[in-house]
Design a protein around this ligand. Structure first.
Ligand SMILES: C[S@@+](CC[C@H](N)C(=O)[O-])C[C@H]1O[C@@H](n2cnc3c(N)ncnc32)[C@H](O)[C@@H]1O
Length: 313
C-alpha cells in the first residue's frame, strides 16, 4: 500500500491557540497545558502534535478517529500523554463530566482519504465506491446504492448536496441499476452525474454535490456532529474551549446554531416570569484561513473556524 499521502493541516496555529486559554504561556506555566484536551479528528495528527508540544508533562491528549489509516498513523506517535480511540467522535460523551479543558473538531475528510483511490471518496480517481471513513464497519456506498429506494437517494442528494438535479440523478441511478446492474466505481458515478446534470457551476465538477451528499450520508456526518457538540457541553470544564473547523455550509450552520442556542439566555414562553435558562457557552470567535494559507493549500479555502468557551453554568 502506498503510504506517502499527506495531509496539510488547516488553521494549525489558529486552532491550537484557540484551545489554550493563554496561548503564550509556556507549557510549565501553572494553569497552562496541564489538563486534558481532546482532538476529536486525529487525521494525520497535525493539530495533535502541536497540542502535545504545548502540553505540560501532566497534561493529556485524547484523540478520536474513525479511520483505521489514521489509527495506524497515530500508532507512530510515541508520547505517554497521548491516547487514541478508534471511535466516532460522538463517543466524546463517555468522558467524565467537566473533565476536559478543550475540544477540537477539524471536520470532514483528510487529504489521504481523498487522494487514495481505494477509499472511493473522489470523482477524480477511479476506485471502488466505498466512502466509509471507518472501513471496518457499516456498508459502502456501492452496497447501499444496490437496493436503496429512488426517493431516498433523491432525498440524500438534495438534503446533503443541496443539488437542484437530485431527482434526475436518483432516477438515472435507478435506470442504470435496472439496465446494467449497480454502479460500483467512482468514475461510473461521476460520469452518470455529468450526463444527467445539465448546467455546470463554473470551476466545479458536476459530481461535486452528489459526492458530498453521499459521503455525508454514508458516514452519518451531521448526526454525529450534533451529538458531539451536545457531548462537549457535558465534558468541557468551566472555561474550557470548543473549537470547530467546518468545510461546508451544512456543517457550519449546525455549529453556528448550536453556539448561538447555548450562548443566549432563554426564557420559557410558558413560564415568562421564571428565571431564564442560563447560557452554557460564550461565543468567542469566527475566523477563516488567511489568503496566504489558501494560496499554499487550496483545500483550506472553504474552512470556517468557530470558537466558544464553556461558562461556569
Ligand atoms: C480534516 S481531517 C483532520 C486532520 C487533522 N486535524 C490533522 O491535522 O491531521 C478529519 C479526520 O476526522 C476523521 N473523522 C471525521 N468524522 C469523524 C467522526 N464522526 N468521528 C471520528 N473521526 C472522524 C476523519 O476520518 C479524518 O481522519
Amino acid at each position: 500500500m502506498q503510504t506517502s499521502w499527506t495531509h496539510t493541516t488547516v488553521l494549525l496555529n489558529e486552532a491550537v491557540d484557540a484551545l489554550f486559554t493563554n496561548p503564550d504561556a509556556p507549557a510549565d506555566d501553572p494553569g497552562a497545558g496541564r489538563q486534558t484536551y481532546v482532538d476529536a479528528t486525529f487525521g494525520r495528527g497535525g493539530h495533535a502534535r502541536l497540542i502535545l508540544s504545548r502540553l505540560a508533562p501532566q497534561g493529556r491528549l485524547i484523540a478520536f478517529d474513525k479511520d483505521p489509516d489514521a489509527l495506524a498513523a497515530a500508532a507512530t506517535l510515541n508520547d505517554p500523554r497521548f491516547f487514541i480511540r478508534h471511535q466516532g467522535f460522538s463517543h466524546l460523551s463517555e468522558l467524565p463530566e467537566a473533565s476536559v479543558a478543550g475540544v477540537l473538531l477539524d471536520l470532514g475528510i483528510s487529504s489521504p482519504q481523498i487522494d487514495n483511490p481505494v477509499r472511493g471518496f473522489s470523482f477524480r480517481h477511479e476506485g471502488p465506491l466505498d466512502m466509509r471513513m471507518d472501513t471496518t464497519r457499516g456498508i459502502s456506498l456501492a452496497q447501499w446504492l444496490q437496493t436503496a429506494e429512488i426517493d431516498k437517494i433523491a432525498e440524500v442528494i438534495r438534503d446533503y448536496g443541496e443539488e437542484r438535479f437530485a431527482g434526475s440523478i436518483a432516477k438515472a441511478i435507478g435506470a442504470r441499476r435496472q439496465e446494467r446492474g449497480p454502479i460500483s466505481t467512482t468514475t461510473e458515478l461521476a460520469q452518470l452525474v455529468a450526463d444527467t446534470v445539465k448546467t455546470r457551476e463554473p470551476g466545479q465538477n458536476p459530481a461535486t454535490r452528489t459526492f458530498q451528499a453521499f459521503r455525508i450520508f454514508i458516514n452519518a456526518e451531521l448526526e454525529e456532529l450534533q451529538q458531539a457538540l451536545e457531548a462537549s457541553l457535558h465534558v468541557l470544564a468551566p472555561g474550557g474551549r470548543l473549537v470547530v473547523i467546518s468545510f461546508h455550509s451544512l456543517e457550519d450552520r449546525i455549529v453556528k446554531q448550536f453556539i448561538a442556542k447555548h450562548s443566549r439566555d432563554e426564557y420559557d414562553r410558558r413560564a415568562p416570569f421564571a428565571a431564564p435558562r442560563v447560557m452554557l457557552l460564550k461565543a468567542l470567535q469566527r475566523s477563516k484561513p488567511s489568503a496566504a494559507e489558501v494560496a499554499a493549500n487550496p483545500r483550506a479555502r472553504s474552512a470556517i473556524m468557530r470558537v466558544a468557551q464553556r461558562t461556569a453554568a
